[in-house]
Design a protein around this ligand. Structure first.
Ligand code: C2E
Ligand code: MG
Ligand code: MG
Length: 850
């Protein structure tokens, strides 16, 4: 095509040379470029090579007439728009019509008028130029549109946003390529609204339909939904605008489809992270409590039980310290996997703290159905773990709480109970489980309430120590003192340890209090040493202190801090019951302390069901006989026997003995006779503040009877026991006479143990030759006869026999006088018994005296 600035080129085709010349001259004068062709075929060829702006074409020519030339031109797409003006001598209408039919633009008859030819040429050239310009413009526009569309599509692809249009009347739907891709449908697939509906994920169809309905009523359409697989995107957000006709009927919707899969995945991740533990991927505490709430509700509806197991790794802090935090984390992951493998259907595991996991066990039928899963978990944890090629082993302590309990309760509370039970499982020795007992919960709560107070008291220096002497019975020599804690409470006054020490049982505060006691006691010893008062001091140790791994090293430091104090001035009193809990450990500890020169005593001995093995294993140097037995020993045969047995046991194992709670001279005397070495008690001194000690020491002297009394030979012990038995009998008789209900019937002569002993051949063999023995036998039977008579008399004169109430039992003058008589007889019997023990006349042989 010629550039618009160049002059138009015109092709003239005519077999008449004169015509050619004429036209050539005419057109050139007008400034056109002219090419002349005498034959049609030549002209076609040249036109194809260089298309002209216009062709003047003769019709009648040899070889190919003008019609044919025109037909061929019009058949060529690149030439068809070139205007053709026929110039012919054929002036009839038929030929003219034929010429137009062939695509000719115009028709000029020969001989032509120059002006006419020129006018027509100009007109058609102008038309053609306009046409060309339009075509160019159209092509430019098309190109622009194509470019813009391509840009848009590319942008859609980048943004993962597709577009669509729906004709609501025909249901015809069109998607952009990106929409096709997002929906996972091959591009170009014909669509209707139904195809779109089918691609919405079945679970979201309800939601989408709801929004669609609202949109048809004029509300904005904006909905997120999943796409039914196979899909290009998991989640999309659809937004659309609807166009309405004048009747308010929607007719078209234009929308976008945005891929929000990534946002959704991210959201899900955030969701997961707020409900799960990042390290193990297990549910976290918050999620666990949600779950527990649901399980508790279900359990109420289904009438089943559930249990919560609170799992805490034993000594995990040490593992972290030894291997480092990173390795500790790896172990936690492994432990989490182990636990996850050990849980079954309807058991839900979570990580609720550093080394703490929890499991809900649901659908339990029996109260102890938790047992098997709990044991499985303990076993799962304790299997060796792999840590960078080395193995590590961990155990767990598990606390279990059960639901339902009597009251309504919260999930948090149930978890807290399991936590408390876990704590007790740890204290009981770890690698085990403990079940929360709701009955003991009250006391636990109480305990937590008071413990804070005790802590405050300790911090504010309200604690102090009192000292109670311990003496050798026969010599009266002071062995040392026992330090006993007191709480000088600002409101309540002096509080005794019985009111707060038991609260601390198994609470870490016990260790703090214990340390304070040891430090204070050692400081007191140092002060006494400085004053020239060198003595021993014993302190009471809680069993929790013994479990503290730092106990011995710390004690060594505490001793080192008081260089004037020697280790053997200190004695630790360990409760027999506390030692029983963890024999092996306490036994090692005592040996260790022994090695340091610190002695140990077993406190409150006799209350803990100790066995011979126990005593053999614990190398405590001293046994302190519990005061409850000492108190009763004078007139209670059981207690007297226990004291006697403990003393025998101590002798066999070569241990020192100390009797606690010696309240009277008589107690001390009997203890001397039974062979007890030391004593502590009110008759010697009450616990006193340190300042009172020197004054007490200055005035102390033991009762003379303790020095004059000596230990009995084993064979004579039954005489002493006989005395106890007799006192017991007197006590029972008196109680009966006083009409006390529920007192045991005093032994008759036949059931009386003293009677049995008196009758024994060995007894008769040993004492039979002594006159005092004969008297004794006589006194014994007289006493029983009197006693029986008295009781009968008293019963007969009881209120039910019609006597006035004030005359009942000992109020009855007859009975009272008979009772006094009996008492006198009793004193004589006791004197006989004692005279036999102290008899200068030798008993015959020392044989077993049963
Ligand atoms: P315990 O170690 O058996 O101490 C002897 C208790 O018996 C003391 O009571 C003492 O005052 C009391 N007692 C002494 N002689 C007699 C007596 O003749 N008759 C009677 N009825 N009681 C007597 P206290 O001081 O009230 O202490 C009671 C318990 O509290 C102690 O029993 C000991 O187990 C514990 N305790 C005292 N101080 C401490 C301490 O510093 N730490 C620890 N962990 N426990 C302590
Ligand atoms: Mg004690
Ligand atoms: Mg004691």
């Amino acid at each position: 095509m010629n550039p618009a600035t160049a002059s138009p080129s015109i092709m003239v085709v005519d077999d008449t040379p004169a015509n050619l010349r004429l036209l050539d001259e005419l057109l050139r004068q007008q400034g056109y470029q002219v090419r002349l062709f005498p034959r049609g075929a030549l002209a076609l060829k040249a036109a194809a090579a260089h298309p002209p702006s216009l062709i003047l074409l003769d019709i009648m020519m040899p070889e190919m007439d003008g019609f044919e030339v025109c037909r061929q031109l019009k058949a060529n797409p690149s030439l068809k728009d070139i205007p053709v003006i026929f110039i012919s001598a054929l002036a009839d209408t038929d030929n003219k019509l034929k010429a137009f039919a062939q695509g000719g633009m115009d028709y000029v008859t020969k001989p032509f008028q120059e002006g006419e030819v020129l006018a027509r040429v100009r007109t058609h050239l102008a038309l053609y130029a306009m046409q060309q310009a339009q075509a160019r413009q159209k092509a430019d526009l098309e190109q622009l549109v194509n470019e813009r569309t391509a840009d848009l599509l590319r942008a859609q692809q980048v943004a993962h946003i597709g577009s669509w249009k729906l004709d609501l009347r025909t249901q015809a739907l069109s998607w952009s390529p990106e929409t096709y891709r997002l929906f996972g449908v091959p591009e170009g697939t014909p669509l209707t609204l139904n195809d779109f509906v089918d691609k919405v994920h079945p679970d979201d169809q309800g939601k989408v339909a709801h929004h669609w309905t609202l949109a048809l009523q004029g509300q904005p359409y904006d909905v997120e939904h999943r796409i039914a697989p196979p899909a290009g995107a998991a989640w999309v957000r659809q937004r659309a605008e609807f166009a309405f006709d004048t009747d308010g009927q929607p007719h078209t919707a234009w929308g976008t489809t945005q891929d929000i899969s990534e946002i959704k995945a991210h959201q899900a991740q955030v969701d997961f992270m707020t409900h799960h533990d990042v390290l193990t991927g297990l549910p976290n505490r918050a999620q666990f409590l949600d779950l527990l709430r649901v399980c508790m509700a279900n359990s109420s509806t289904l009438q089943t039980q559930l249990a919560v197991a609170y799992i805490d790794m034993d000594g995990f802090a040490a593992i972290n310290a030894q291997f480092g935090r990173e390795a500790g984390n790896q172990l936690i992951v492994q432990l989490g996997q182990r636990l996850a493998q050990s849980v079954r259907d309807r058991q839900y595991l979570a990580r609720i703290g550093g080394d703490e996991f929890a499991v809900v066990l649901t659908g339990l039928k029996n109260a102890d159905d938790y047992l098997i899963p709990v044991q499985r978990m303990l076993a799962a944890v304790s299997k060796p773990l792999n840590l960078h090629g080395t193995t590590a082993q961990v155990t767990a302590s598990i606390g279990v709480s059960q639901y339902p309990q009597s009251d309504d309760m919260e999930a948090e509370q149930l978890l807290r109970q399991a936590d408390q039970a876990m704590y007790l499982a740890k204290l009981a020795g770890k690698n085990r489980h403990h079940v929360f007992d709701p009955m003991k919960d009250e006391s636990t709560r109480e305990r937590f309430m008071h413990i804070e107070e005790v802590r405050q008291g300790l911090m504010q220096g309200e604690m102090c120590l009192y000292y109670q002497p311990k003496v050798w019975l026969t010599s009266g020599k002071v062995v040392g003192f026992e330090a006993l804690i007191r709480w000088q409470h600002p409101q309540r006054g002096l509080v005794l340890p019985g009111q707060f020490i038991p609260l601390l049982e198994q609470h870490p505060l016990a260790i703090q209090v214990g340390n304070w006691v040891i430090e204070t006691a050692l400081a007191q010893l140092a002060r006494w040493n400085a004053e020239g008062l060198r003595t021993g001091l014993s302190v009471n140790i809680e069993s929790l202190q013994l479990q503290d791994p730092d106990f011995v090293p710390r004690l060594a430091r505490q001793l080192a801090d008081q260089p004037s104090v020697e280790a053997n001035q200190l004695e630790l009193e360990i409760l027999e019951t506390g030692a029983l809990d963890n024999m092996a450990h306490v036994s090692r500890l005592i040996a260790q302390l022994h090695g340091m020169g610190v002695a140990c005593a077993l406190d409150d001995f006799g209350t803990g069901y100790s066995s011979l093995t126990f005593l053999k294993q614990l190398a405590a140097q001293t046994i302190k006989i519990d005061q409850s037995f000492v108190h009763g020993m004078l007139d209670d045969t059981e207690h007297a026997s226990i004291v006697n047995s403990v003393l025998g046991l101590a002798r066999s194992f070569d241990r020192h003995t100390l009797a606690e709670g010696v309240e009277t001279e008589a107690h001390g005397q009997m203890l001397v006779e039974l062979g007890c070495e030391m004593a502590q008690g009110y008759t010697i001194a009450r616990p006193m503040p340190a300042e009172a000690v020197p004054a007490w020491l200055a005035q102390w002297h033991p009762p003379p009877s303790w020095q004059t009394t000596s230990a009995l030979e084993a064979g004579d012990v039954p005489l002493l026991m006989g005395e106890v038995e007799h006192r017991a009998w007197m006590k029972a008789t008196q109680a009966r006479l006083a009409g006390q209900q529920g007192t045991p019937t005093p032994h008759s002569h036949d059931t009386c143990r003293l009677g049995h002993w008196l009758d024994k051949p060995t007894t008769r063999q040993r004492y039979g030759h002594l006159s005092a023995f004969q008297t004794l036998v006589q006194q014994h039977s007289t006493l029983h006869a009197l006693g029986a008579q008295l009781l009968q008399q008293a019963t007969a004169s009881g209120p039910e026999a019609g006597h006035p109430a004030h005359q009942h039992g000992l109020d009855n003058p007859d009975t009272a006088s008979a009772w006094h008589h009996l008492q006198a007889q009793s004193a004589e019997l006791i004197a006989s018994l004692q005279s036999l023990r102290k008899s200068d006349e030798e008993p015959l042989s020392i044989s077993s005296a049963g």
